[in-house]
Design a protein around this ligand. Structure first.
Ligand code: SF4
Ligand code: SF4
Length: 184
């Protein structure tokens, strides 16, 4: 009887060790896949994919719970990057998640802003600065164009504009000398 109990105990311990080892081996592989997927997402945290941010979407893709074509800000570029990584066929962006509008940023008409700070709370990447009852403005370089600030603005003073000011040309564009023809 005692031998049987000891044998059972040893078996249970062995079984537990195997399970522990297996999950220890699997965990990092799953974790690194999530990391690799997340690296390919635009980090707009805009939830247009139906998940509360880029990482939860990456985790769902890694668990094969959802498709790779649900990220409008990333657009076709992100679908292709994920298809390459996961050895899947690229698919057109899922229109139910919204349309891809690359190269746009939010712009606040500061003359209309009433300083209610609702946009500031809605922005997932802290691209809006301002204080209560003071004018708010968008930091272009931080804005991902996710449009989450549009809906909460009570005076509708936020527009999406094309991000024409490419950081590489900004300085040269502003600082370049005025040519003879321009100066008339
Ligand atoms: S400013 Fe608006 S559009 Fe830009 S990242 Fe924030 S919420 Fe999105
Ligand atoms: S939500 Fe609109 S009115 Fe309110 S602070 Fe932002 S831009 Fe200004």
């Amino acid at each position: 009887m005692l031998e049987a109990v000891i044998a059972l105990g040893l078996l249970a311990a062995l079984f537990g060790a195997v399970l522990g080892f297996a999950s220890a081996r699997l965990q990092p592989r799953e974790e690194s896949l999530v990391e690799q997927i997340n690296e390919r997402l635009p980090q707009t945290q805009c939830a247009q994919c139906g998940y509360p941010g880029c990482r939860p979407y990456a985790e769902a893709i890694a668990r094969e719970e959802t498709d790779i074509n649900r990220c409008p800000p990333g657009g076709e570029h992100t679908v292709r990057a994920l298809a390459d990584l996961l050895d899947r066929d690229p698919r057109p962006l899922d229109p139910s998640c919204g349309s891809s509008t690359p190269g746009q940023v939010a712009s606040i008409d500061e003359s209309l802003c009433i300083g209610c700070a609702r946009c500031l709370e809605a922005c997932p990447v802290d691209a809006i600065v301002g204080a209560h009852q003071y004018m708010h403005t968008v930091i272009r370089d931080e804005c991902t164009g996710c449009e989450l600030c549009l809906e909460p603005c009570p005076v509708d003073c936020i527009d999406m504009v094309s991000n024409t000011l490419d950081p590489r040309t900004r300085l040269t564009d502003i600082a370049r000398p005025i040519t003879a023809t321009e100066s008339g």
